[in-house]
Design a protein around this ligand. Structure first.
Ligand code: SF4
Length: 740
């Protein structure tokens, strides 16, 4: 193994001699570029300035302009290109909202394509639509309602796409100024289990390594994630990792085609002949990760492939875990994981003999009712091999939205203030000293709990900045009913979505926001590898009366308590907010100096935990997590939800170029299809006590006994109330499948 990629072309990793993967199913990057040009043809200059000057508002891999800090060369992907139009489209005609009836069946994509929200609007119960109001009137309506609301009934939700630290910081501070800790972001619906597990095992909730650690590591393992779809430029990093001798494993119920082979458009060799990505696949059952990781650990112990010295010096809790692991029988591990003892040995041998390994994981393991334990089980393996703090080792929760890492760290979460300081009396006092008001000291609700709280009548007001609960949370009918009970909903956003059209309990207010590129004074975001990056304000059109994202909640705070707000929020622009973050949050010290395109710093440096863990005793904590096993009654399937050609709930195309699947396809193993007498393309109906889904069979390479459907369409089958300890819904379900 070398730590530097070889320069020559390497035929053994080519996919095919047919140039550009002609006649193979894969994304066509050149067509995506042409489509982006066509979509943005009325504002090409502005689109170019955003791409070349701003940070990416897509996933959290992180880029400044079209460059990054991992490789030289272009950093650009179809995800970013397809999001571009959100930033360049002109204002919608607000009159279409005067009667919402014709809009109700349109769905998310046509609503989004109507254009940017441009003026404040209000809808009262009984109105057939929204009426245009001034900003002063809109803020007065909100403030009036909030004066009548117990702060414990007020919930606040922020999306993770395109919002900057400055906006998160302002929103969570205003929410706490008003008196609530019910504050959450879409980041937590994805990775709250990672935060919970990492805090309890290693004491920090961020990736411990950098992307450069992938290149030249002996082994990089992807668990429950498909970076080819969600963070496409990561595949370019893997192309070069392979050239440096790195082996790549994936652990997933489905053999994702994009993780198997890919044509990287900005690398000539790969663009022409493709790159074989994963060296081995471990197709676990949904929910089979813990038994699989236990099986791997059992082999590590039995073959003495452990780093005993690291375990003795740097960790605690291994004896209990070792005893528990050795008690487990192979049969139960095989039944639970869906894989054989030999598969676990194959993984364990490669992993146990690797001098370095990085684990990268996504929502395939976090969005489970035991998502936090899934992550703890994965951390066990890395601690057992001493794979933290050294070059080419680490733990990396991979995140799909640009604001995912920073949003939580700015305090937009229900159980922690800024930088993960737990909600408590002591910390409330500490923040009272710096903020001049005492934030509440009780633990708030997460997003899924907010809707359950609304059902129970405990939540009566919801402020959403971005976000689309109807298309993201389980059991949409229940979500609709809960939304329609709320006395006040405030939707602050750049475009329209179906959640805004749910009937008002009493009042719904729409407030038009500016994008991160339109924000005065620019803004900052944090990438997966903890790089805090400055994105400047980009000159260009500013639609209608939209206002800066961070400024809008302040208008309400000032109306509610002018004197208190003047002291708490003395900001004129985002530079003032960064100066405050710099003072309040030691981890982000230096953020005040970020002023120009490309300005950045990586907090903690390239690697965390080299000198010690950040737990209270400085040790890495092993966790003897409970062995899970999904009980699947005869005739039922384990259903998981998956992403296609989409960005979160924004579906971009009806078919996924990576898999060829249409939105209503049901991924099914050949032997299951044969047992049901079904063939690819035939209708299949999935049902359970929560709902019914009619789709088409797609026979594919998925673990028998499991099915996959696209998210959010599959949410009709997903239970609302099965939450992980961190509050994340279990986006999996037991279903029956039949022809009708
Ligand atoms: S990989 Fe992520 S950060 Fe990079 S361009 Fe694509 S969406 Fe943006």
């Amino acid at each position: 193994m070398g730590t530097k990629p070889s320069k020559g072309w390497n035929r053994k990793d080519w996919v095919s001699l047919a140039p550009f993967g002609l006649n193979q199913q894969h994304p066509n990057a050149y067509r995506e570029i042409l489509e982006a040009v066509w979509e943005n043809r009325d504002s090409l200059g502005y689109a170019w300035r955003i791409l070349s000057g701003g940070c990416c508002d897509g996933c959290a891999l992180g880029a400044t302009g079209m460059r990054d800090w991992t490789l030289s060369g272009i950093h650009l992907c179809a995800v970013r290109l397809r999001l571009l139009r959100l930033n360049t489209m002109p204002a919608m005609d607000w009159r279409v909202l005067e009667d919402v009836a014709p809009l109700l069946d349109l769905g998310e994509k046509p609503l989004r394509q109507l254009g940017r929200l441009a003026v404040p609007m209000v809808r009262q119960k009984g109105d057939k639509g929204f009426r245009r109001v001034t900003w002063e009137q809109a803020i007065a309506v909100i403030a009036d309602k909030l004066r009548q609301t117990d702060p414990r009934g007020l919930a606040w939700y922020l999306t993770s796409r395109g919002l900057t630290h400055e906006a998160y910081y302002a929103h969570q501070k205003v929410a706490r100024f008003i008196g609530t800790n019910h504050i959450d972001t879409s980041a937590r619906i994805c990775h709250a289990p990672s935060t919970t597990a990492l805090m309890s095992t290693v004491g920090c909730a961020a990736a411990t390594c950098s992307y450069t650690d992938w290149i030249g590591s002996d082994l990089v393992v992807f668990v429950g994630t498909n970076v080819a779809n969600n963070q496409p430029v990561a595949i370019k990093y893997l192309h070069y990792a392979k050239k440096a001798g790195t082996k790549i494993f994936t652990v997933n119920p489905y053999r994702e085609p994009g993780m198997e082979r890919y044509w990287v458009p900005s690398v000539a060799e790969s663009a022409l002949f493709g790159t074989r990505i994963a060296d081995d696949f471990f197709q676990v059952l949904p929910g089979g990760d813990i038994p699989f990781f236990y099986g791997v650990l059992k082999h590590l112990i039995e073959n003495n492939w452990l780093d005993r010295d690291f375990i003795a010096r740097r960790t605690s809790g291994f004896e209990a875990l070792e005893a528990q692991t050795l008690r487990l029988r192979w049969e139960e591990l095989e039944r639970g994981s869906g894989l054989g003892r030999a598969d676990m040995l194959r993984f364990a041998e490669a992993f146990g003999k690797a001098r370095s390994a990085v684990f990268v994981w996504g929502m395939g393991i976090t969005q489970h009712r035991y998502g936090s334990d899934n992550v703890r089980a994965l951390v066990n393996l890395q601690l057992a091999r001493g794979n933290v703090g050294r070059p080419h080792t680490g733990l990396m929760p991979i995140r799909g939205h640009s604001g995912v890492q920073g949003g939580a760290e700015m305090g937009a979460q229900p159980s922690a203030y800024v930088m993960g300081s737990p909600v408590s009396e002591e910390n409330a006092e500490r923040f009272a000293e710096v903020w001049g008001f005492r934030p509440p000291d009780w633990k708030g609700m997460g997003a899924a709990e907010m809707i359950l709280g609304a059902e129970r009548g405990e939540i009566d007001t919801l402020w959403q900045s971005g976000g689309n609960f109807l298309d993201t949370l389980p059991e949409p009918d229940r979500v609709y009913d809960a939304l329609a009970r709320l006395r006040l909903r405030v939707h602050q956003d750049i475009v329209l979505n179906p959640t805004m059209l749910a009937g008002p309990g009493e009042t719904v207010v729409l407030l038009p926001s500016r994008t991160c590129y339109e924000q005065r004074g620019g803004g900052t975001e944090t990438s997966i590898e903890r790089r805090v990056i400055y994105s400047p304000e980009i000159p260009g059109p500013r639609p209608g009366e939209a206002r800066d994202e961070w400024e809008i909640p302040l208008l309400v705070a000032r109306q509610l308590d002018p004197e208190g707000a003047a002291k708490a929020f003395p900001w004129k622009d985002t530079g003032d907010i960064r100066a405050e973050i710099d003072r309040v949050c030691p981890t982000y010290r230096g953020i005040a100096k970020l002023k120009q395109k490309g300005d950045n710093f990586q907090y903690g440096g390239p690697r965390l935990l080299a000198d010690g863990f950040r737990t209270s005793d400085g040790k890495g904590h092993f966790s003897a997590v409970k062995l899970t096993r999904e009980q699947v009654p005869k005739g039922k399937f384990l259903l998981s939800t998956r992403r296609g050609k989409q960005f979160n709930s924004m579906v971009q195309d009806d078919s996924d170029p990576l898999t060829g699947a249409r939105r209503d396809d049901v991924f099914m193993a050949a032997e299951d299809a044969a047992r049901l007498g079904l063939q690819s393309g035939e209708t299949v109906v999935l049902r359970n006590e929560h709902g019914r889904f009619r789709g088409r069979v797609k026979v594919d390479r998925i673990q028998p006994g499991s099915l996959q459907v696209h998210w959010p369409e599959g949410n009709v089958l997903v239970p609302s109330e099965t939450l992980d300890e961190s509050g994340v819904p279990n986006y999996n379900a037991l279903v029956e499948a039949s022809r009708r």
